[in-house]
Structures are given as C-alpha cells and as structure tokens.
Design a protein around this ligand. Sequence first.
Ligand code: AMP
Ligand code: MN
Ligand code: MN
Ligand code: MN
Length: 272
Amino acid sequence: MHIDLHTHTLASDGKLSAPELIQRAISRGVGMLSITDHDTVAAYQEIHHDHAGLTLIPGIEFSTAWRNTGVHVVGLNVDLQSTALEEGINRQQDARRQRAEHIADRLAQLGIPDALDGAQRIAGHGNNIGRPHFAEHLVHVGAVRSINQAFDKFLKTGVCDSTRFWATLPQVVSWIRGASGIAVLAHPLKYKFTRTQFSALVDDFMEAGGQGLEVISGKQNTQETKELARICVQRQLLASCGSDFHQPGQPWAEVGNIQSLPKGFQPVWEHF
Ligand code: AMP
Ligand code: MN
Ligand code: MN
Ligand code: MN
C-alpha cells in the first residue's frame, strides 16, 4: 500500500479537484492520503463520502518563514473543526491576500500591470492566491517563457515576494498542535540550507513542538534520503513521506509515487 501525506488540489495551487485527486490516488494504489493545501482545508468540504480502501488523513501545509527563508510546515491528522485551526487559516488567508497585493505592486513597478486580477482569475473561486498563479499569469502575458523563469526572474523572495506576511514558526506549529495534529517539517531539501542552518531550524521547530520530518519528498537521490534518514533518527523525529503532487504530467511529484522508507524509523502514520 502506498502512503502519500502531502498533496494539493484546486483549493490552493493544485490542478485537480479533491474528488479527482482521490480517484487518481486510488487508481495508483494509494491506501493512505492526506490533502495538504497551502493554508486552507477547503478541499475537505468537497469530499462527501468515504472511499473504500482509502484512509484520508486531514491535513494542511502552513507557510512560515525562518531566517527570512520561506519554510513550510505540514499539519497531519488535524481536527478540521478545531478553533485553533480556523484561527490559523483566517490569519494566513489575510497574509496571502496582503502578500498578493504586495507582489502585484512590485510587478507593476517592474512594468507588469494588473497582475492581481490575472492571478485571481487563475486561482479561481477559492481565491487562495499563490505564487504559481502569478507565474501562470506572467507566462500568459508573455513576460516570461516558463513557470520556472517566472519564479527565477520575478517571484523569488526579495524580488517581488516577501516572507514578512507569514505567521511565525512557533505560531503555525501551535495551530497544528491546537488542532490535535502532528507538525511535520516539509520538503527539507527545498530550502538549500547548510547542515548547520538546517540543524538550527530543526532545533527551533522541535522547541516549538514540531514532531515530524518528511524523509521522502517527491524525487530525491539515495544520498539525500540517507542524510535525511540520519537526521530523522538522530533527532527522534517521526518520519513522513509525500509526493507534493500538484498536477498530472509531473512525474517527479506524482501522487503515490513515493520511494519506500528505509528501515529504523518511527513512521508518523503509526501515531494517527
Ligand atoms: P506560495 O505558497 O504562494 O509561496 O507558492 C509556493 C508554491 O510555488 C510551492 O508550493 C510550489 O508549488 C510552487 N513553486 C515554488 N518554486 C517553484 C518553481 N521554481 N517552479 C515552479 N513552481 C514553484
Ligand atoms: Mn504548491
Ligand atoms: Mn511546500
Ligand atoms: Mn506542498
């Protein structure tokens, strides 16, 4: 049975609806799935019945910043009704709106007007605007040739994006714990921290009440997995794994496409 504890839907920057994602997961042999949209749990309102053979773990991916770098914390097995979670989501949705305005202002200064409208249209009814929606808009208007180039040229922290809007690391962890969930540090390799920096991040994360680490996130090489495995065991963190699926056609982040965890871990799912 495949386990995938990190995926996205249309409620954030994914391209499938929750029912479509669930169908895709089932057809790919996933037995346990968490939908972890950025700063929202709206996808769960679109799921109206149980799916035989699939255990759905309520989840979210909160945005925060650590030493001025954007860092993501996944909350797993959260109580969707909890007031702590609701408070967190409201706070982060305000942050997302303010940040979107900031990004649009910066883009306007660089000669790209009306980007907020464009991004909003792409984000759709949920209006949970993220940088990928801006990236798509930048491609549409011909400002860049690819999504990657949009991030490189415009959407990096310090160019048009800023991490100052997000709640702090202790704050996001406390919302997850307040919702009886387990806080997991997402995709550790994405931040490009040095070992020393990453170790300091783990210190702060654990001091805040964080308990887990994504030992497998999408595609990574054996050496990378070994290194994360070492940190996970050494720091006695719970091991999680997820594809970070956003859309079909990205084989490096396909739902259920998870390398098997090496031995010797405490899997996070044994604590649900
Ligand atoms: P946001 O939450 O609005 O800051 O957007 C972050 C999201 O942008 C990530 O979750 C990815 O889905 C996407 N992303 C980040 N960097 C890149 C990149 N270089 N190319 C494509 N997508 C990216
Ligand atoms: Mn994303
Ligand atoms: Mn992320
Ligand atoms: Mn993600």
